[in-house]
Design a binder for this molecule. Structure first.
Ligand code: OSB
Ligand code: MG
Length: 370
C-alpha cells in the first residue's frame, strides 16, 4: 500500500469546563486532525499536541511543520505491508512522537477500515468492555474538589485521579480521603515538584494512594529513582515515557513501578504496543492516559485498552464530560458500572460527523504524493 494524500486540519473545540493542571489552564481543545488516503479509503487520527509546549515540547505548529516537511514525504515514499512498519521507517526523525503518532494512527485506522474490522482486532486486542477512570483538574478549593469527586463516583468511574501541585497537595488528598476512605484514588503532579520537595510528597504516604504520577521533571529518570526509594506510594511515569526504551529504562532503574502510556506520546500504536510488551515482560501495571481528546482520539484509546497488559483503569472518560457535542456519533459513553463498550464498527468504530468537523476546522492543508 502507498499513501496518496495526507490532510491536516487544525480543529478548535470548546471544552464544557476549563481543565487546570500544574502547568496551566485550558478551556478549549485545539488539535491537528490527520487524514490519510490510499486506494480510495481514508483513515483518521487525532494528534495529542496542544497549542502550547507546556505538557511536552511539541505544539500544533511543530506537528504541522514536521509532518509537512519530513514525515509526509518519507511516508509517501514507502510501500507499506502493515501499519506497524511505519514508525520504524520514520526513525531518522528524532523525537516528534506526537506528529509521528498522528500519521501512524491514521494509517492503522485506514487499514482497519479497508479490512472492515474494528481497530482492536488489528492491534491484537479483544471486544467487550473496558474499565474507565477519570482525571479531575485542580478546583477552586477542597470542598469543590470533593463535590466533583462525589459526582464522578456517582457516575460509576472505577478510579479517580486528582491533579496536585506544590502547596495544593496534602489538604486536597486529605479532604477526598475523609469523604471516600476506600476509593481507588491517585494524584498527578505533571512534573511540578523537585527532589527538594520529597517531604510534601512523603506526606501523601499515609493516604493509601494507588500511585503518584509524574511528580518530578518531564525528562527525568534518575531523580524519580531516588525519590522512589523515599516513598511508599508507587510512582507512575507519564511525560518521561516517550518510547518503549524509556519504559524499559524507567522500570529497570526503579524510576517508576507503574506506567501510563498515551499512544500519541510514544509515536503511535506500534510504540504503545512495544511499551505494553515491555511492561508485561516485567509484570509492571500499565494504564492508558488521556489528553482531553475528542471522540476520534478517545476511541483510539478505547481500542488500545483491550490488550491484556492494561491492568488498571485509565483516563478515558465519557465524551459528555468534555464536549457539548463530540465529533463522533455515538459519543463515548460510560455505563453505571464504570465501563465503556468497545466499538465493533470498522476502524475507530463510531461515525465521524463531518459537518461538525467542518464547523470546528480553523485551517486545512493537503499534502499529496508527487
Ligand atoms: O497528565 O494525564 C495528564 C490532560 C492533559 C494533559 C495531560 C494530562 C491530562 C489529564 C486528563 O490528566 C486526561 C483526560 O481526561 O483526557
Ligand atoms: Mg499525567
Amino acid at each position: 500500500m502507498r499513501l496518496e494524500r495526507i490532510e491536516l486540519r487544525e480543529i478548535r473545540l470548546p471544552l464544557r469546563f476549563a481543565f487546570e493542571t500544574s502547568f496551566g489552564r485550558t478551556s478549549e481543545k485545539r488539535f491537528v486532525l490527520v487524514s490519510v488516503s490510499a486506494d480510495g479509503i481514508h483513515g483518521h487520527a487525532e494528534c495529542v499536541a496542544d497549542a502550547d509546549p507546556f505538557y511536552l515540547p511539541e505544539t500544533n505548529g511543530t506537528v504541522r511543520h514536521v509532518l509537512r516537511e519530513f514525515l509526509a514525504p518519507m511516508a509517501f515514499a514507502l510501500e507499506l505491508g502493515h501499519p506497524r512498519e511505519l514508525l520504524p521507517a520514520l526513525s531518522r526523525v528524532r523525537g516528534h512522537e506526537m506528529a509521528k503518532a498522528a500519521l501512524e494512527m491514521a494509517v492503522w485506522d485506514l487499514v482497519a477500515r479497508r479490512e472492515g474490522v474494528p481497530l482492536y482486532r488489528l492491534l491484537g486486542g479483544r471486544g467487550g468492555r473496558i474499565a474507565a477512570g477519570v482525571s479531575i483538574g485542580l478546583q477552586q478549593d477542597a470542598a469543590a474538589l470533593v463535590e466533583r469527586v462525589a459526582a464522578e463516583v456517582a457516575a460509576g468511574y472505577q478510579r479517580i485521579k486528582i491533579k496536585i501541585k506544590p502547596g495544593r497537595d496534602r489538604a486536597l488528598v486529605e479532604a477526598v480521603r475523609e469523604s471516600f476512605p476506600e476509593l481507588p484514588l491517585m494524584v498527578d503532579a505533571n512534573g511540578a515538584y523537585t527532589l527538594g520537595d520529597a517531604e510534601p510528597l512523603a506526606a501523601l504516604d499515609g493516604f493509601s494512594l494507588m500511585m503518584i504520577e509524574q511528580p518530578l521533571e518531564w525528562d527525568d529518570l534518575v531523580d524519580h529513582a531516588t525519590l522512589a526509594r523515599r516513598l511508599r506510594t508507587p510512582i507512575c511515569l507519564d511525560e518521561s515515557i516517550r518510547s518503549a526504551g524509556d519504559a524499559r529504562r524507567a522500570l529497570e532503574l526503579g524510576s517508576c513501578r507503574i506506567v501510563n502510556v498515551k499512544v500519541g506520546r510514544v509515536g503511535g500504536f506500534a510504540g504503545a504496543l512495544a511499551v505494553h510488551d515491555a511492561c508485561r515482560a516485567r509484570a509492571a501495571p500499565l494504564w492508558c492516559g488521556g489528553m482531553l481528546e475528542s471522540g476520534i482520539g478517545r476511541l483510539a484509546n478505547v481500542h488500545l485498552q483491550t490488550l491484556p497488559g492494561f491492568t488498571l483503569p485509565g483516563d478515558t472518560a465519557a465524551s459528555a464530560r468534555y464536549f457539548e457535542e463530540d465529533l463522533v456519533d455515538p459519543p463515548v459513553e460510560v455505563a453505571g458500572d464504570g465501563t465503556i463498550a468497545v466499538p465493533e464498527g470498522p476502524g475507530i468504530g463510531h461515525e465521524i460527523v463531518w459537518p461538525r468537523v467542518e464547523r470546528a476546522t480553523v485551517s486545512r492543508e493537503v499534502l499529496t504524493r508527487r
